[in-house]
Design a protein around this ligand. Structure first.
Ligand code: PBG
Length: 322
């Protein structure tokens, strides 16, 4: 069972500033890029044959309601515009969430005085973010806030505003996991109080996860997702069998960093371990794998094969996934 580059999605973190390529200590090989340096890196990534990226924004300012996420000058919107200008054949997906934009670090708008999510306000804000990204040229938006009804609300907002062609990848079964540590360091998005169990799923309740996936499909998601991947292979497999629907798995930051740090300590051969891991996720039933290993995999697969990346065809096919 081979790994094809067209099934891989490579995440990027984009931040304000110029000439910035910032290391993240807990997250080897992953950087916070300013837009100019991001474009340079994407050129390399696309040259290796990776055709899909997922963008996360790291804003300079945060507030109580995450308003920076949907203002015109938003970092993700500006980055998407530039990326699509330079690489029109690249599939650009954007993360739609509030946690990097709120001063409390939660994924939605909070109710005044009580520490719980205001779902109605959150849906409104998520729709605005998705629309902003779509206007900037994003091919896909990927809501990850785990707000009830987020896929349906975003689909409606996109359709109403003439963005019927913009696709949605729902983070359908996103668990309250311990594996997100390096990501939260990268995005400065750790919650300041409480935790995400308020809205992310309980890993001991598989039925609830399957129900979330079913709801996302009904609400109009074009791809559904299980996240994280490795401790959740059973659910990837069950979701694929039950729904036969385009399915992504997110091989998250903690899973990635364990491999990297272990390799540095000589615990295993990085390449062989990564291929085993990605193959297992694919074997379980994932059609698409979001992974920070994507660039390394492309390098390993390209060596000695005379591989020539296929530009727009793959891109088009991916957009016709349904
Ligand atoms: C934001 C979001 C998170 C991840 C993706 N989108 C973090 C979280 O829920 O705290 C994690 C991805 C990773 O660990 O690689 N809601």
């Amino acid at each position: 069972m081979g790994i094809s580059l067209s099934s891989l999605i490579y995440p990027y973190f984009v931040a304000e500033g110029k000439n910035k390529k910032q290391r993240i200590r807990s997250f080897p090989g992953v950087f916070r890029f300013s837009i100019d340096r991001l474009l340079v890196d994407i050129k390399e990534t696309a040259g290796l044959g990776i055709r899909k990226i997922l963008l996360f924004g790291i804003p300079e300012c945060k507030d109580n309601i995450g308003s920076g996420a949907y203002q015109d000058k938003n970092i993700v919107a500006r980055a998407v515009k530039k990326i699509k200008e330079e690489f029109p054949g690249l599939i650009v997906m954007t993360d739609v969430c509030l946690c990097a934009y709120t001063n409390h670090g939660h994924c939605g708008v909070l109710k005044i005085r009580s520490r719980s999510i205001d779902n109605v306000k959150t849906l409104d804000v998520l729709s605005k973010i998705a629309l902003l990204h779509a206007k900037a040229g994003a091919d896909w938006v990927a809501p990850s806030a785990m707000a009830k009804g987020q896929v349906g609300a975003i689909r409606k907002a996109l359709d109403k505003n003439g963005f019927g062609q913009t696709r949605i990848m729902g983070y359908s079964a996103k668990f309250a996991s311990n594996f997100y540590g390096p990501f939260r360091n990268a995005a400065h998005s750790a919650p300041k109080f409480g935790d995400r169990r308020l809205y992310q799923l309980d890993y001991s309740r598989p039925q609830a996860a399957l129900k979330e996936i079913e709801d996302d499909i009904k609400e109009g998601a074009d791809i559904v997702m299980v996240k994280p991947a490795l401790s959740y292979l059973d659910l990837i497999s069950r979701a694929k069998e039950k729904f036969s629907y385009p399915l992504a798995a997110y091989n998250v930051s903690g899973e990635y960093s364990m491999v990297k740090f272990g390799a540095r300590q000589g615990l295993w051969d990085e390449k062989n371990l990564v291929i085993e891991i990605i193959t297992s996720i694919k074997r379980a039933g994932a059609d698409y794998i979001i992974t920070y290993h994507a660039k390394d995999i492309a390098r390993w697969l390209n060596v000695g094969t005379g591989f020539k990346p296929v530009p727009t065809d793959n891109a088009r096919r991916f957009n016709e996934v349904k």
